[in-house]
Design a protein around this ligand. Sequence first.
Ligand SMILES: Nc1ncnc2c1ncn2[C@@H]1O[C@H](COP(=O)(O)OP(=O)(O)OP(=O)(O)O)[C@@H](O)[C@H]1O
Ligand SMILES: [Mg+2]
Length: 335
Amino acid sequence: MTAEVGKAPATALADFFHAHPDRHYVMFGGKGGLGKTTFSAATGYWLAKQGKRVLVFSVDPQASLSDIFQTDIFGKGPVKVMDNLWAQEIDADRHIREYQDEVRAKILDMYGLEEPEIEDYIAAASAEPAMEESAIFDSVVDILSEGDYDYYIYDLVPLGHALYYLSMAKVYDEWIGKITHLREEMREYEEVAARMRRQKVVAEDEILGELQYIRQRINAASRILTDRDRTAFFFVVVPEQMILIDTRKAAEMFARFDVPVAGYIVNRVLPESLDSEGVPAYLRSRIVMQRGQLAEIERELGRDVRAHVPELERDVTGLEMIERVATLMYGEVPR
Ligand SMILES: Nc1ncnc2c1ncn2[C@@H]1O[C@H](COP(=O)(O)OP(=O)(O)OP(=O)(O)O)[C@@H](O)[C@H]1O
Ligand SMILES: [Mg+2]
């Protein structure tokens, strides 16, 4: 296939990885359904074929890595899907439950309480959405800090949600605020206060220790996610006006969180060659529409566009299709 005007060179993305060998944390972000999981899998495939040990993971309850690799990996830890390539789908709900139980146990333990009212407070605190996010975030940190892979590819949930994860430091602060508030409310109980006095020193120490631990984890994680030398965040877009408008907004938000945007990948591009093949009018007008949007993308993002991936005739599932996408993204895939 000859390069079309305004299209990224076939090796732009491969060149990026070769030029930045320390960018070990790779993320694909974008609106729902644009191709994040597809590109995560294809990138994992390509890197694994280069001889790198790669983990592709997600916390998405929709279990889409299981679909694309055609293997049930949900909640099973890292599962090897081919030489050098592992996939992992975190069972977020289970982590949240475990985390809530742990926090409840800690609070009960710290204050030595069993009264139903206190139980209610604790239930309320552990039902906080902030705590759910914290639990998920915690498991991501575990994966990033405990594994022994050359590359970690984080298959993100759709944009809005991903932004939420990235604002975790704030979320943690809120959660810590809630716990502090909870402690203050508990002081209102006379009898409780008496017990707390007895246990005060121990409790304060434990809380402080816990908060410091959480802080360290936040810092470790946000250092990784915003590390310009080690992280590459790619936006997935399709040549449609609304998507481009949303992506622009999101890019500004990500910039505010200091996420290093490594480039854009344009998906579902209709081949120009179709235009001359007597295609139905609706398809021709889609091609014309895409042409306009591609020109817009070229004007606005220019060299930040690392790859154009064509619309394929079927969904991307199974290693054969993954390899095909990898070839379209990166050029030749080593055998
Ligand atoms: N270039 C393409 N040609 C044909 N089908 C594609 C292409 N890219 C992606 N798809 C298909 O589109 C669907 C959505 O892709 P994918 O699951 O990768 O998106 P996603 O961004 O991860 O979605 P979500 O936001 O739900 O996680 C899948 O069925 C995938 O196989
Ligand atoms: Mg997905």
